[in-house]
Design a protein around this ligand. Structure first.
Ligand code: BGC
Length: 451
């Protein structure tokens, strides 16, 4: 007999996007430029010179996109707000045109019975704030809390689940350590400072929410479990460093008020000391944790891998187009780790998905994406297993609703459960989208069918 994959009755099924990746019209209605608006114009930083100037044109087509979600039967939608639409200079003056857009979006979602999950920051810092040091400037915590408060005042109540930051690790690692993402710095001294001010900003926004908001607020992190390539002491130590850097660096301060010990070992003289009161600010109780899961890494000691001295060992396995190993068990393992290490917080899987090669043309009204179908099914089963092991998982947001601008990889990688023809802007649900609709409609039962 096949297993029954029924999910808990109020499990929240949805999908996710982010502002810069889909909206287009970056300067419309009085918006200011963001660091991504600049970064895409820096020669060589984005594949094929792609930009988010049009992307999925969602800023103008949001009503159709909400209808698409309704047709798929989605119960929730995770999106982000472009800070520079709401505050073109990042602080001070509020731009009504930008704020109105998100209000219209939220109202349209609610009219269609779709719950909004709003992320305040998904990587698109107002360029004017970058000119003042961006995440390196301690004042960013106040700027962020002020912006957050503007959003709370306008939308709390209609939005009941808020997230402060999306993936502070990627913001820091990509933006300040390796330079592959905006603002494109590559500096070992800057990275820990950016991380810390991201965390302080998160704390300040949670604190502001307690004063203004009546519902729930959380933080979204990407977690990638690290497994040792061998039993050697060196490899096991490399796993500890890699895990501290990517996974515990953000959660330990939020849950325990301290950084992992390995951080000093990794950054050496570049690792600063911070005042105690910063940890009190960072350690605000949160209502839920957003967990973005894509892959794992099998880790070994590598003296030449800067700055972690940890490398990745390729497996005999399926890899996605972004070079990530498909490893659903890592999702179950990490949920169990969150349960054990951090006291079983309510978790939403706020992103999970895969870029695979899709056929170039849509045949009739269908597009078959068997590898993405397989990925989706296996990861949802992995979550079901974790729930069976007592993990408090409350929802799942498929990444992504639409094919979109995959940051510095441009439009070359497609993560959508809905195909987007970037010439015509036509949307076509892929087989993965159609399967997801069945899973949502059956609250998981469709996963019980074999394959
Ligand atoms: C980000 C998304 C991104 C996805 C796939 C996550 O790190 O939050 O914006 O598109 O991964 O790379």
């Amino acid at each position: 007999m096949s297993k029954d994959y029924q999910f808990p009755p109020d499990f929240l099924w949805g999908s996710a996007t982010s502002a810069y990746q889909i909206e287009g019209s970056p300067l419309a209605d009085g918006a200011g430029p963001s660091i991504w608006h600049r970064f895409v114009r820096t020669p060589g930083m984005v594949k094929d010179g792609d930009t988010g100037d049009v992307a999925c044109d969602h800023y103008r087509r949001y009503k159709d996109d909400v209808k698409l979600m309704r047709d798929l039967g989605l119960k929730a939608y995770r999106f982000s707000v472009a800070w520079a639409r709401v505050m073109p200079e990042g602080r001070g003056r509020v731009n009504p045109g930008g704020l109105d857009f998100y209000e219209r979006l939220v109202d349209t979602l609610l009219e269609n019975g779709i719950e909004p999950l709003l992320t305040l920051y998904h990587w698109d810092l107002p360029a004017a704030l970058d000119d003042r040091g961006g995440w390196l400037n301690p004042d960013v915590a106040h700027w962020f809390a002020d912006y957050a408060s503007v959003m709370y005042r306008r939308l709390d109540g209609r939005v009941k689940r808020w997230a402060t930051l999306n993936e502070p690790w990627v913001v820091t690692d990509g933006g300040y350590l390796h330079g592959a993402l905006a603002p494109g710095h590559r500096n070992r001294f800057e990275a820990p400072i950016a991380s810390h001010h991201l965390l302080r900003s998160h704390g300040a926004a949670v604190q502001a929410y307690r004063a203004e908001g009546k519902h729930e607020i959380g933080l979204v992190v990407n977690l990638e479990p690290k497994y040792p390539a061998s039993d050697s002491a060196e490899d096991r130590a490399a796993v500890q460093r890699a895990d501290a850097y990517m996974n515990r660096q953000y959660l330990d301060p939020v849950f325990f008020g301290r950084y992992p010990d390995e951080m000093k070992e990794i950054f050496g003289e570049a690792w600063p000391e911070w005042p105690e009161e910063d940890y009190a600010l960072i350690r605000q109780p949160i209502d839920w944790l957003g967990f973005n899961y894509y892959t794992r890494s099998v880790t070994r000691h590598d003296e030449h891998a800067w700055p972690l001295r940890a490398g990745v060992v390729r497996q005999h396995a399926t890899y996605s187009e972004t070079g990530w190993e498909v490893f659903p068990q890592g999702l179950t393992d990490t949920l169990a780790w969150l349960r054990d290490r951090y006291g079983n917080p309510p978790v939403y899987i706020t992103e999970n998905g895969s870029a695979f090669y899709d056929p170039p043309t849509v045949e009739g009204d269908t597009l078959d994406d068997p590898l993405r179908v397989d990925y989706l099914r296996k990861h949802l089963r992995a979550i079901h297993d974790a729930i069976g092991q007592g993990c408090d998982v409350r929802g799942y947001m498929a990444w992504s609703l639409l094919d979109n601008l995959e940051w510095s990889l441009g439009f070359s990688k497609r993560f959508g459960i809905v195909h987007v023809d970037f010439q015509t802007q036509k949307r076509t649900p892929k087989a993965s989208g159609r399967l997801y609709a069945k899973i949502v409609a059956s609250n998981g039962r469709a996963l019980s069918e074999s394959a």
